[in-house]
Design a protein around this ligand. Structure first.
Ligand SMILES: [Zn+2]
Length: 268
């Protein structure tokens, strides 16, 4: 997509887009969604996708609970799936006769597209308050962040202002890998434990990304395939089933209104 020119944009649902003033209603200009502009950069910060245009503006895409991006070759487009709210027609660089359809699909509409006018606007308004990147977190930094809170370590990991990029599945998997009980107060985590947890977060995310994530219900990769990480889950979704290490049944607890699954023998 990088280097491709956006030839057109179709808006089927206006309210999944928040304009540069954060409004979900009112007139939306298709050049704000990138029409006639070149895609300069595609990136990620925490759980949000970031697409920058050649005029310095761009958009943040949040998938929420059920959102996804689909990419289809321009010559083999399938019928529009339900809940397809936005479609971009993107030229393929160096192939003037070819194009890609990129669509934003979101049945439950907790996700959305957020427009920004400049990188600074994006950073100051849309990405403000995000903690450091989970994919590169180091033990000392994680220890400092957890040391400031008495909240359960699981609740702190889910808080995007503490650490950006960990959701419920990967918090449970990383805590299990590190041998830490999810209800432990953040400030009770020792320096060696924080080092273990940071390494577990990085490796859990790396392996999950390589596997395409975890398809539970709605998550589908841009090419339509499913994420295979669910087959590697040690704890998430396995409450009551035996722990793979000690064979004791896995326990379930509610922490920060989310289900936590863990082994009370292996996780202290
Ligand atoms: Zn166990």
């Amino acid at each position: 997509m990088v280097g491709g020119v956006i030839k057109g944009v179709k808006v089927h649902r206006r309210d999944v887009v928040r304009d540069r003033s954060s409004r979900r209603e009112g007139r939306l200009l298709s050049n704000h969604l990138g029409r006639d502009l070149t895609i300069e950069r595609v990136g990620r910060r925490g759980k949000q996708l970031m697409i920058s245009f050649s005029n310095g503006g761009g958009m943040i895409i949040r998938l929420g609970m059920s959102g996804r991006i689909a990419l289809e070759d321009g010559s083999t487009r399938n019928p529009a799936p339900p809940h397809q709210h936005l479609v971009w027609v993107i030229g393929v660089p160096n192939h003037p006769e070819r194009w890609t359809w990129m669509s934003f699909i979101d049945p439950r509409r907790f996700g959305g597209v957020y427009l920004f006018a400049s990188i600074r606007d994006c950073r100051d308004r849309l990405l403000a308050g995000l903690g450091p990147e989970a994919t590169s977190i180091q033990g000392r930094q994680l220890g400092d962040l957890l040391g400031r809170t008495r909240r359960a370590v699981k609740a702190a990991l889910l808080d995007q202002s503490v650490l950006a990029g960990v959701g419920n599945i990967y918090a449970d998997e990383a805590l299990h890998r590190a041998g830490l009980h999810p209800a432990r107060p953040g400030d009770s985590i020792s320096a060696p434990e924080a080092t273990r947890l940071a390494a577990a977060i990085r490796s859990t995310l790396r392996i999950a990304i390589q596997a395409g994530g975890s398809t539970l219900r709605d998550h589908i990769l841009p090419d339509g395939s499913s994420g295979a990480f669910i087959e590697k889950h040690q704890v998430y979704g396995r409450g009551g089933a035996p722990c793979h290490h000690c064979r004791q049944p896995l326990q379930v607890l509610q922490i920060a209104s989310r289900t936590s699954t863990f082994c009370s023998t292996c996780q202290r």
